[in-house]
Design a protein around this ligand. Sequence first.
Ligand code: HPA
Length: 278
Amino acid sequence: MTEIDRIDAAVAAIQAAAPGFRPRLGIVLGSGLDACAEAITDPVDISYADIPGFPKPAVDSHAGRLRLGSLGGVPVAMLRGRAHAYEGHPMADVVRPVRTLARLGCNAVVLTNAAGSLREEVGPGRLMAIADHINWSGLNPLTGPNLDALGARFIDMTTAYDPGLRGHLAAAAEGIGLDLAEGVYFWYPGPSFETPAEIRAFRTLGADAVGMSTVPECIALRHMGVKVAGISTITNLAAGMGAGAALDHADVMTTGAGMAMDLARLLTAFAGIAADDL
Ligand code: HPA
């Protein structure tokens, strides 16, 4: 079975579970943000276990379900839970769910995540639109023979995070009175958090936030010509900042959960504004 066959098998299973439904916008929910799914109306849930080729997410707060429905009047497909490279999943498995959303018809995908901030003035509780990313991991989901049916061998990443969608995010935030930061996301594959020295190095390199996801999905979606928007929920100051407290996954989850409603409002307003572009 080729990778294209695997993706198409997933598409077929989803279409069989929701005949005639064609999503235009995809959303990937990051750690701790599952409550966002409540914002979707007329929901249909499909367990990842019932979609062939979908990896089972191990992070406990990840629901492991695809939710189809409507958000801000737009038909959406929301991935509630993602697989991370640090779980040992091959890169093809990490990006198969977003590739599936693209093949289902999504022209744009919003990638969300929990992240640590490298800027004191953008503290826990803030949302940050991703303007660009830095991939220093040495990993890339496009490594290996090119999947010509999906896209070209060499892809442009100049506007990886679509400027038009970023404008809609800013307008949506302003419309609901939400203070949205904007910055560069640095992918650190984890699962250990960074050292303070690494954080200082990443800041020098131009990073504003750091996290363990999103970049592989962004690259795979740009390969397919899908527009990408990214939102980081800032759950903590990065290692060595602030009072220098130890980083704790449980704190990341708790802070993230408290931001899920802000994110839901932002996504709903965004979908309404972006509808004509999707
Ligand atoms: N580092 C990496 N990933 C994260 C962090 C962090 O500080 N916070 C939430 N996810």
